[in-house]
Design a protein. Structure first.
Length: 303
């Protein structure tokens, strides 16, 4: 474990990837209010960049700068929460580093989009501080801290194609069947995750959709579409009908293997088997949706 007195000026940087949901269903709710989930998640090549600058100080201090996010609330963001969680763990082990932990976040993953940007940043924070402080926390110990920060955070500690269950703590990796491209449409509004869950409470999906990992990569009845599913789509589309229009538009692209809303929204994506088809769809999307204030991204899965 690092000697607190030895902490000096140091700078570390980590790339924090986004994710898409290939499947998402809510199977129940615990007595403490946490929802029990069953999700298939895949990391993609859209990244936030998190830099940690450490300097000596009289006491432990954590700050975050993120120019792309207006009205950032001190102490209420996941980066600072994750930093305090791991520093508290260090304190329990008798280590109380006197240092200023200054985080700078270059935000490229849109917020309120269902792409897990905040969760990925939190996981990056845990990994940076575990390394910097030489805590040598095990994967299970890091996952325990991550679950307390949010259901998506454990996934980002080791981002790979996974079946994610429970409150995010149970992960089953699945070998990726190959390279895929994603065209993502981000409408000019965000969706609050807590609002989406409250709407969903009135009709828990109760595992009516049985997630089978293989089904995502097998053609559906010769239509060459993946069997994607998101339990949030029904309630979110009712409030934001533009998203339903976007999904249908994406499904109508000739080479699209499927289209879905990621997480609780608001990003809609289509998946393609080859780069050329994805670029063509992105070009068509720019013509169709840019005037509506939509942002368009092209990314691939991370192997």
């Amino acid at each position: 474990m690092a000697d607190p007195a030895a902490i000096g000026n140091e700078t570390l940087t980590i790339a924090c990837p986004a994710k898409v949901n290939l499947g998402l269903t809510v199977v129940g709710r615990r007595e403490d209010g946490y929802h029990l989930l069953k999700m298939v998640m895949e990391p993609i090549s859209l990244f936030d960049v998190l830099t940690l600058m450490v300097s000596p100080a009289d006491a432990s201090l954590v700050t975050l700068r993120c120019p792309e996010v207006s009205g950032l609330k001190t102490g209420a963001n996941l980066v600072e929460k994750a930093a305090h969680a791991i520093l508290n763990t260090a304190g329990e082990r008798g280590m109380r580093p006197a240092a200023h932990f200054s985080f700078a976040l270059k935000k490229q993953i849109p917020a309120g989009a269902g792409l897990g940007g905040g969760s990925s940043d939190a996981a990056g924070t845990l990994l940076l501080l575990n390394y910097l402080l030489s805590l040598a926390l095990s994967e299970d110990e890091l996952r325990s801290l991550a679950v307390g920060l949010g259901a998506d955070v454990p996934f980002f500690l080791r981002p790979e194609l996974c079946l994610v269950e429970g409150i995010g703590e149970r992960l089953t990796p699945f070998p990726s069947p190959g390279f895929r491209w994603y065209v993502l449409l981000k409408p000019p509004f965000a969706i609050d995750t807590s609002w989406a869950y409250k709407k969903l409470n009135y009709k828990l999906t109760n595992s009516k959709y049985n997630i089978n990992m293989r089904q995502f990569f097998e053609p559906d009845g010769g239509k060459k579409k993946y069997c994607l599913y998101n339990a949030f789509e029904e309630v979110v589309f009712a409030e934001f009908p533009l998203l339903g229009e976007m999904k249908q538009w994406l499904l109508d692209r000739q080479e699209a293997r499927g289209a879905l809303m990621s997480g609780s929204g608001s990003v809609m994506y289509a998946v393609f088997s080859d780069y050329g088809s994805a670029v063509q769809a992105m070009t068509e999307a720019e013509t169709r949706w840019s005037d509506s204030g939509c942002r368009i991204f092209l990314a691939h899965n991370l192997l």
